[in-house]
Structure formats: C-alpha cells, structure tokens
Design a protein around this ligand. Structure first.
Ligand code: ATP
Length: 374
C-alpha cells in the first residue's frame, strides 16, 4: 500500500491522518464470529461509519482497530504498517465511548491533560495543546470545573477533547451520542463534522442510528452478522442498495416480490402478484425465473400521474398527517400494502377509502436477489 502524508495543522496542534486497512479480519468469541473475514480500506481523512443492528460486530471491529482485541486471523495495517502486535497505547488512536469514560472528580483540564502527561510532555507544551483543543470543542471556559458538574453533552465534548489532544492519526467513536437527547445529538453531530473537517483525522464512527450515519458519513459499511453487506457513500447506499437488508435498514422502503420474466435493452420485467413491474435498475446478473424482491422508496411512489409503465389502481387504506409530510398507506390488488409520502400537505386532498392511481418510475424500482436459504 502507498504511504500517505496527509496532515493538518491547526493552532497548536498537528494532525496526521492515515489509511486503515482491514485485510481478512476475523474475531470470534467461543463459537460467535463477531467479525467474520472482513476486508476494507478506509482512506486517510475519511469520516467512515460502521452501521448495523445491535450485535452485528461493530464495536468488536472498532476494538480490533484500537488494539483492545487481537484479530484471530487477518492483518490490520495503518498506512501499510502491520499493527496486529502493536499495543493500543502505541497506535496513536483516540477513542470516545458512549458513556464518556471520564474521571469524574478530576477537572476538565486534568482529564484532558492525562494523555499528555503519559507522553511526558513539558507543562508549557501541554497547556498550549489543552487550550487549543478546548477551544476546538468550545469548552475552554469550563477548564477548571470537575467533570461530574457538567451536562452529558458537555462531558462528551470533554471526552472528544481528551481523544483529540494527543493528536491521534485515527479517531475511533463508539456510539458517542447515544446517551444524549435528540436536540443535543443534532448539535453534536454538526460539531463532530466541523471538527472532522478542520482536523481531517481518519475517523471511524460506530452507530446503529441510520440518520446519524447518512447525515455525517463520507462513506459507510453496513454490517450484519459480522460481515459487511455493502459499503458506499450515503447516497449510493440509500439510492442503490444491493441487498434487501440494506434497503430496509437504511431508510424506509416498500418491497414487492416476484420473479424475473425478461431482461432486455437495460430493462428488467418482473412478474409479481400485483402485475408486471418494469425496472431500469439492472445491478445484478439476473436470470429469467429468478426470485427477487423489488425495493421501492415511498417518496418515489406517485399518485394520479400519467405514466405508461408500472400503473396500478389502489385503495387509500390509511392517512397519517405529520405536519411536514402526509403518509399514505395504499393497498394494491387487495394484497400489497405500500407507503407513499406527500410533502407540504396543505389541505385534505384525499380520504381513507378513496381509489387512487399509483405509478412508480422504472428507475425507482430496484430488484434485489432473495438469498437462497436452501
Ligand atoms: P451493539 O450495537 O449492541 O453494541 P455491536 O454491533 O457493537 O452491538 P458487538 O458488541 O461487537 O456488536 O458484538 C458482536 C457479537 O459478539 C455479539 O453476538 C456479542 O454477544 C458477541 N461478543 C462481543 N463481545 C464479546 C465478549 N467479550 N465475549 C463474548 N461474546 C462477545
């Protein structure tokens, strides 16, 4: 792998970001394969998310990168240098945990100073770095407060400062916002993005919150049962999911199942219980007769629009007014319930029980292979 020399200088601090390479990493606990043969390169300066449901192996992988766990097989490299045998404190990683993990009776400054003291830096240099990092997380005025007198959001800012003050080449964040309320989470998301954009540290962020991942990530990996199901930018993952699990875990979607009837001229025709669906999304090597499920995002389903393809009569079975949007549940052919949304709903246009015409653009129907469990 090429050596990278990516660095950023911000007042009083010097950040050098590295590439993190996972090469067939496996980590098992007894018979549980928490991480199962995963490979990926996270480029210098990325804000990379590991996203997946509880128990999929995100934290275990983060701990392998931090050095708290040694992989059973595979190689971890930072900028091409093998790290498997390098102890955590020599990896130059900073870590932030969900529960802050601060020393409660020490002051803000003492907490942030801890890692610098371990590195035996002179008092004067330490003070400069502490001031600079407390400015970065906007907490300098709290420098002499014991951390147990701070709010949750303020404590997490200090945890971030403590991780950043050692000028790590990789920043590891394990569900850092999960203990905070919704408004604070939104604020801190923006701040973490801002800090990342100023420092350009390679950052690996674990979460099960898809909104957090979509709104912050440069790229992300969707994990399930210890493996990566799909990696890509938030737009790629949302617009072009390659797997039904990804389509339903990231955002909301409708599924209509059927069998491939024909593939020609970049168009796939799928035979389904509601009729033929025509899709322009041919991302897999389908064969006629193959069983698939079609992912259709609610916001792409149109009501009463002229269209020559993918038109169906439907009954409006349920309407939910949510202010910014109105959600409609529609029943097609008495057997498929699908959702659509209407933005900026001003007046009551429709009632439950109404018959409507539904159309779905061919570029919004994404046929996905169904895993063969036989
Ligand atoms: P969560 O979002 O709930 O934290 P996660 O995706 O981070 O979940 P992990 O904590 O990495 O998942 O756990 C992955 C699997 O490995 C789970 O089945 C878990 O029970 C198991 N596991 C994790 N750590 C250990 C351990 N120290 N000993 C035994 N099993 C473990």
């Amino acid at each position: 792998m090429r050596k990278s020399y990516n660095f950023t200088l911000i007042e009083g601090a010097f950040f050098m970001s590295v590439a993190v390479e996972l090469d067939h990493i496996t980590k098992a606990f007894d018979k549980t394969f928490a991480v199962n043969d995963v490979s990926l390169t996270i480029e210098p300066g990325e804000l990379f998310f590991l996203l997946g449901p509880s128990g999929c192996g995100k934290s275990t992988l983060l701990r392998v990168i931090a050095g708290f766990y040694r992989p059973d097989t595979g190689v971890l490299r930072f900028d091409g240098t093998e790290m498997n045998n390098v102890p955590p404190h020599q990896r130059n990683t900073g870590m932030v945990f969900q529960n802050y993990a601060l020393w409660p009776h020490m002051t803000v400054e003492q907490n942030v100073d801890y890692g610098l003291k371990l590195r035996k830096l002179e008092k004067q240099d330490r003070q400069k770095k502490i001031d600079s990092v407390l400015d970065l997380v906007q907490m300098r005025e709290y420098h002499d407060r014991p951390v147990n007198t701070l709010s949750g959001g303020q404590q997490q800012r200090i945890a971030l400062a403590r991780a950043l003050v050692i000028e790590p080449s990789v920043l590891l964040l394990d569900e850092p916002l999960s203990n905070l309320d919704a408004a604070l989470r939104q604020n801190l998301r923006n701040e973490i993005r801002e800090i990342h954009s100023r420092t350009q540290i390679t950052t690996i962020y674990v979460t099960h919150d898809q909104v957090e991942a979509i709104s912050m990530a440069t790229r992300m990996a969707i994990m399930k049962d210890g493996v990566f199901i799909q990696t890509g930018s938030p737009r790629e993952i949302y617009q072009f999911p390659t797997d039904p699990f990804v389509a339903s875990f990231v955002g909301e979607t409708n599924f209509i199942s059927g069998n491939i009837q024909e593939i020609s001229n970049g168009m796939v025709t799928i035979e389904t219980p509601v009729g033929l669906l025509h899709s322009e999304c041919v991302y897999h090597n389908f064969t006629p007769g193959q069983e698939v499920t079609c992912s259709i995002r609610p916001e792409t389903v149109q009501l009463n629009q002229d269209s020559s393809l993918n038109q169906f009569d439907a009954t409006l079975s349920h309407i939910t007014y949510l202010g910014r949007v109105e959600e409609y549940e529609l029943m097609i052919a008495d057997q498929y319930s699908i959702k659509t949304v209407l933005y900026n709903p001003k007046t009551e246009l429709r009632n439950e029980g109404d018959t409507v015409n539904v159309s779905i653009p061919p570029q919004s129907i994404i046929p996905l292979p169904i895993e063969n469990t036989n």
